[in-house]
Each structure stands twice: as C-alpha cells, then as structure tokens.
Design a protein around this ligand. Structure first.
Ligand SMILES: *Cc1c(COP(=O)(O)O)cnc(C)c1O
Length: 360
C-alpha cells in the first residue's frame, strides 16, 4: 500500500502497524463481535486496553511509583489552566518562554495567578533554548514550567535532566517518548497524544502524587488531578478509541526498541535533514541555533519568500504533505515525529537537493 510522505505537525503520521492492527479488529475486537469503540468503558474488555496502555507508558518512560499516569481530555491546551488551578501556593509560578506554546501556557496562568518569566529567548526569535545558567529560578517559585520541544520554532531542550529548585512542569506534547529522560526530575508532565503517541483526543499526564495536596477545595471536580488519579482515569467516559490507538502505538514503540530505539531512529532522521541544510551552501537555512535543534520539527527557509513558496508548491505536487511552516512564522517545517520513517526523510532530502540544483 502506498502511504503519503506525511510531515504534518499534528495530528501526524502513525505507524502502519498500529493502523493495520486497528483495521483488522475494527468490527470484532478480540471476539467480542463489537468494535472497541462500541464497548462499555466499564467492561473488562475495554479496561484491559486502558490498563495495558497505562502500563506500557509506565514501562517505556520508566515512570517511578511516586507518579500517576492519567489519561485526560481537552488537549495540552486544557493543561495550561489546570496546572495553576491545582498547583498554586503563593501565586507566583515561573514560566520559561521558548516559543508560542509556552506563551500560551503563560497567558492562561496570568488569568489565575501572578506568574513571572525566569527566562526567555523571544527577542532572538526563539532560535535557541536558554542555558540553565541564564535562568532566573528560585525555590520560592510555586512551580517552574518549560516546553521541552517547541513545535513551531523547531527548538528542543537537549538536556532534560534539569535540577530545578522548585517543582518542575513540562509540556512535552511534541517530543514525549522520542528519547529517554528522567521522569523523576518532573512533578508534572503533559502531552496531547496527536504528535508522538496516537490520534488526537487523549492527553497524557504524568503527575507526582505529592502535588495533589496543593489543590484548593473549590476546584471543580473534573479539573482536579486527584479526581482522575483516584478513579484510574475512569471518573467519566474516557476517549476509548484514542486510548486504544495509544496502546497500538506504544506496542509499536516497544517492538522498536522503546525510548532508546526511538532516540536512535530520530537522531538518524534529523541528521538526514540537518545535513542537507548544512551542506546546501546557505541555500537552506535552519531557523534554530545548532545547539538547540529539534529532532522532531525541522524548521528552515530558502533564500527568498518567493523561493519558499515555490518550494512548498513543488513539494506539494511531488506528494510531500504538511511542509508549510506554522501560520504564525511562515517558512518550511518538516515534522518528523517517532512514526515518520527514515525513508520519508530520505525522500525529502532528494527532493531538496533536486530543488536546489534547479533553482539554486
Ligand atoms: C500541539 C501543542 C500543543 C497544543 O495541543 P492541543 O492538544 O491541541 O491542545 C501544546 N503544546 C505544544 C508544545 C504543542 O506542540
């Protein structure tokens, strides 16, 4: 079967194996004579999927016993307000700004608290991640919020083993499970599934249980982390099909070497594209500084806006999907999440070289 060269930023490419498995059992899930979508979320057949997905996440990310895995809805965007609703103490959390999504997280926190910005590379067009020595952070911060991968600008924290002086919270929507990292250094991690883990509709939250005691009593039930923790993410109807697909994607990750296997695969893929940029004699220029380059979203420009547009139009005609930069920054962006095959990156490399030969 022919599959598109899919560089979509999210929702994004899924592993063929996960889709094929879903197709095989779509009408008759494990001899139930029902689709997994048609099962009660209180049935044993569904609960097995639910727990298998959570168990695999715990195994693949090496999540310690101190942390819960929650499967929520509302996307990463609902986490922006939920975090301050649950975790404020004095009312002054710290938001490190590395791109548009961190700005959005900060904007929601401002509705509920008095956050400050302990680091930002905004005046450098978010080309790089600040060094920890540049950060202004303190043990009096309610919590410290970072965005591990900046989907729109194409930068990524290279070292996630941060030793923060206050509870550390990370939006990992666009790079979760793309490489190993120490979960225990974080008090909360969240990620919409639709980039690296599955289809849209489910949001993964990994929360250290000790944080729940901060949640004020007046917090609405559905917006409290402990509600979902106490009920095993079955307080209300979960997005059952999205969780089933999450399970299929995680099974594929496990069969392909887990987080380490993904890191190796992603390093290779990213090298194909960054080498093409670096060896183009300046025809292609990366947006990100070399020491902050994302292995998930490769952002680049051509020598003129006109050439950007010609490149995007010709790439589209040649069957490459989703290469337009985000509408807020323009240029080109190749999103190469876990499921994007090496061959797709190699095909883009050939196209980029041919395009340069023709127009360079
Ligand atoms: C895509 C993305 C979001 C938004 O996710 P939704 O699930 O659409 O709310 C937030 N943060 C980052 C880093 C993202 O890449």
């Amino acid at each position: 079967m022919v599959r598109a060269h899919n560089f979509n930023a999210g929702p994004a490419a899924l592993p063929d194996q996960a889709l094929a498995q879903a197709k095989d059992e779509l009408m008759n899930f494990r001899h139930t004579e029902m689709s997994v979508m048609e099962l009660s979320h209180r049935s044993q057949d569904y609960e097995q999927v639910h727990h298998a997905a959570k168990d695999l996440l715990r195994e693949l990310l090496n999540v310690p016993d101190t942390h819960d895995i929650l499967l929520l809805q509302g996307g990463a965007s609902l986490q922006f307000p939920m975090i301050p609703m649950n975790f404020l103490t004095k009312g002054q959390p710290n938001y490190i700004l590395t791109g548009s999504w961190s700005e959005k997280a900060l904007k929601e926190a401002k509705l509920l608290a008095h956050p400050y910005t302990g680091g930002s590379t905004k005046d450098e067009q978010y080309r790089r991640i600040p060094h920890t020595s540049e950060l202004n952070w303190s043990n009096t911060d309610d919590y410290i919020h970072i965005t591990s991968n900046n989907t729109i600008y194409g930068t990524q924290w290279q070292d996630l083993a941060l030793d923060a002086p206050a509870p550390l919270i990370a939006d990992m929507s666009s790079d979760i499970l793309s490489r190993p990292f120490p979960v225990e250094n974080y008090q909360l991690i969240y990620a919409g599934a639709q980039k690296n883990l599955g289809p849209s509709g489910v949001t993964i939250v990994i929360a250290e249980r000790s944080m729940y005691e901060r949640t004020p009593e007046h917090t609405p039930t559905l917006l409290r982390y402990d509600t979902h923790a106490d009920k095993d993410s079955l307080y209300h109807t979960p997005p059952t099909f999205a969780i089933y697909m999450l399970y299929q994607v995680l099974s594929w990750v496990k069969e392909n070497g887990g987080a380490e296997g993904m890191a190796k695969r992603n390093d290779e893929k990213a090298a194909v594209l960054y080498d093409t940029i670096d060896n183009s004699g300046g025809f292609y220029t990366g947006h990100a500084a070399a020491d902050s380059r994302s292995h998930m979203n490769v952002t680049f420009n051509l020598p003129s806006e006109e050439l950007n547009q010609t490149f995007l139009a010709e790439a589209k005609d040649a069957g490459f999907i989703g290469l337009n930069g985000h509408r807020s920054v323009g240029g080109c962006r190749a999103s190469i999440y876990n499921a994007v095959p090496l061959e797709t990156c190699e095909a883009l490399r050939s196209f980029m070289k041919d395009f340069q030969a023709k127009h360079g």
